[in-house]
Write a protein that binds this ligand. Structure first.
Ligand code: M6R
Length: 613
């Protein structure tokens, strides 16, 4: 979590750092700060709260210079306060650091430094880093050597950016493990550093990504990447195709609303170049899936966290039904410690929007060590989840900024469906007719998603009525059971309403005891193979006085009769129905949170990328 930025060049660093932090605020918003080299001195401005606090402070107490670093914090050690905000300055006042990650051995290091007489000015783990650098520079080492030596003492995963008033021509950045990325962008006579692409996309599309255990020395005209042992490394320069405008809110009130509405475009892009409607075939070249590998796979384990894991649950049904390969879905934080049973005939498929979720990356590493083939479905270009994999599918969603994931849920649903068809094709589980029908159904997706979005106002009106509920129960079955989980997650994370999801068939084994007038039930009942079962579930809830919201296929009078409120979705093949059924639930959660006056894009206690355990 946390966002870090840096600038070195000829322009005023302050506005560039503030605009970078603005785009990284989704990574943490407990405090923010910046340090700029002004007249040979390091000037720091930092404050608790959101970036607007820092901007106001900088307005009151301006600071200007051509080199600077900044930070937006998601607190782990030390409460959110100005004192604990980054950047952290060393005792000499000549070295300053911003940090993303957790110094796992910070207590030990802090004690060691305190015995040496180092005073601490914060309760953070991060502050030890600047003191370690200063200590390492004490013997006449320069900044680069100081950073290198200091990093040897740290346990845990880290991204850091450091500058020194005594070496104003450079910034040093380093990455250890998976605490979030370090991206370096090339300008003309200026260089940019950030945790993530959108922060610097406005200035450059030419970027390199630091790997773990690498550090970079950045001047205004160059970057030198080296390992922590000092060996020079050639980094691949990527040209990023994302549109900078995609990282702006535009006419929408919130990024989440904008991203919900971007799903027609993102799903059109998801299909583009991958689906041959004439032949009824799928192409996913970056997956490196050969016919031999297709035959060899005995099991697929999908691993992910949160919303991405819900997408994986839908993918299980798709792959098992279409390609007839057994699929398990394992939450990454569980998988990594399970001593999982995988071998070279197992594919471990990680799904991640950010490509930097610590648990998901650790699960991929675990799978790799145990000999599995590792694939990923990932959004962030150049992220670790993309680079760690033997093959990947790139989500074509563009940057997702709202903490609540929306367009990065529907894109992997379609990716998983395409993967299922490709695997089925390679393994001969599909007749040509069935394959063509499955592929042909994809053609309808963008239009039908658009029709779901056109009904935003109907959903908003139900949200207005329901905005003060205290609890909700989401029910689904079969391929739409994970959509109940996803709908409930959306509601709880942005509206703080307690929402539980259950496979509807489990109701009679306990949860039905919860149902009364104060526990609205939202039942997902499209026309799919579980339709009849779901209808009887609704009847049982109604019989117990529950208020029932039903999500049904257009024209379903039977469902409408049972519903107190209804959300409609257009008809589609049942296997693709989750791509549509989730949309009213995203809109519903969005409007409830909006009516409650909550901070939709930056809900409390959360951050977009979870780079800590
Ligand atoms: O970046 P990832 O897809 O790996 O993130 C996984 C989860 O942290 C994420 O989906 C989270 O659950 C979202 N806030 C849900 O909206």
């Amino acid at each position: 979590m946390c966002g870090i930025v840096g600038y070195i060049g000829e322009k005023d660093a302050t506005p560039i750092i503030l605009s970078g932090l603005k785009r990284l605020e989704y990574r943490g918003y407990d405090s923010a700060g910046l340090a700029v080299l002004q007249d040979g001195k390091i000037e720091i401005r930092r404050d608790a709260g959101k970036l607007s606090q820092l901007s106001a402070l900088v307005n009151d107490q301006p600071v200007h210079g051509k080199v600077g670093i900044g930070h937006t914090r998601w607190a782990t050690h030390g409460i959110p306060s100005a004192r604990n905000a980054h950047p952290h300055l060393g005792t000499t006042g000549r070295v300053v650091v911003v940090h993303n990650g957790i110094v796992e051995n910070f207590l030990e290091l802090r004690e060691e430094l305190a015995v040496e007489g180092v005073p601490f000015n914060s309760d953070t783990d991060s502050e030890v880093i600047v003191h370690l650098i200063e200590r390492s520079m004490g013997g006449g080492n320069d900044l680069v050597e100081g950073v290198r030596l200091a990093l040897r003492n740290l346990k845990g995963a880290h991204g850091i950016v450091v500058m020194s008033a005594d070496e104003p021509d450079k910034i040093v950045a380093a990455r250890i493990g998976n605490a979030g990325g370090v991206v370096i962008g090339f300008g003309e006579g200026e260089m940019f550093i950030a945790s993530d692409i959108p922060a610097i996309l406005e200035y450059t599309r030419k970027m390199i990504f630091l790997e773990s255990f690498q550090m970079a020395v950045i001047t205004k005209d160059s970057v030198t990447v080296q390992t922590l042992d000092g060996k020079k490394v050639e980094s691949q320069v990527h040209s990023i195709s994302w549109d900078p405008v995609a990282a702006e809110k535009g006419e929408y009130r919130h990024f989440m609303q904008k991203e919900i509405h971007e799903q027609v475009r993102s799903l059109t892009d998801t299909l583009a170049g991958r689906v041959d409607f004439e032949e009824g075939r799928i192409r996913l070249p970056e997956l490196n899936l050969t016919p031999e590998l297709g035959q060899q796979i005995k099991k697929i384990i999908i691993t992910a966290c949160g919303t991405a894991a819900h997408a994986g649950m839908v993918g299980k049904t798709m792959i098992e039904r279409i390609a007839r390969i057994p699929v398990e879905v394992d939450i990454a934080s569980e998988f990594r410690y399970r001593e999982p049973l995988v071998d070279e005939n197992t594919v471990v498929l990680a799904i991640s929007q950010s490509g930097e979720t610590a648990d998901t990356l650790a699960a991929m590493e675990e799978a790799r060590q145990r000999g599995a083939v590792v694939w990923s479905i990932v959004n962030a270009i150049g992220s670790q989840a993309m680079r760690l994999a033997d093959g990947y599918i790139s989500m074509q969603t563009g940057p997702e900024i709202g903490v609540a994931s929306t367009k990065a849920f529907t894109a992997p649903l379609v990716d998983l469906y395409m993967l299922a068809v490709l695997l089925g094709d390679l393994r001969g589980t599909l007749s040509a007719d069935v394959r063509k029908k499955l592929v042909g159904d994809l053609r309808l997706i963008p239009d039908l998603v658009g029709r779901c979005l056109d009904r935003e106002d109907d959903v908003r009106q139900v949200a207005r009525v329901m905005k003060d509920v205290r609890n909700m129960l989401y029910l689904g079955r079969g391929i739409n059971m994970p959509i109940a989980y996803e709908g409930a997650l959306k509601l709880k994370e942005i509206s703080y309403i307690h929402a539980e999801a259950y496979p509807a068939g489990e109701m009679k084994h306990g949860p039905i005891a919860l149902v009364d007038r104060d526990m609205p039930v939202l039942a997902i009942v499209p026309r799919d193979p579980w339709y009849e079962k779901m209808i009887s579930q609704i009847e049982q809830a109604k019989a117990r006085g529950g208020c029932v919201l039903v999500l049904a296929t257009d024209g379903d009078d039977r469902a409408a009769e049972l519903a107190d409120h209804i959300f409609w979705v257009p008809e589609i093949s049942w296997m693709l129905s989750p791509v549509l059924t989730v949309i009213p639930l995203q809109i519903f959660a969005y409007h409830i949170a909006s009516y409650r006056g909550l901070d939709v894009d930056q809900p409390r206690n959360l951050a977009k990328s979870v780079t800590v355990e």
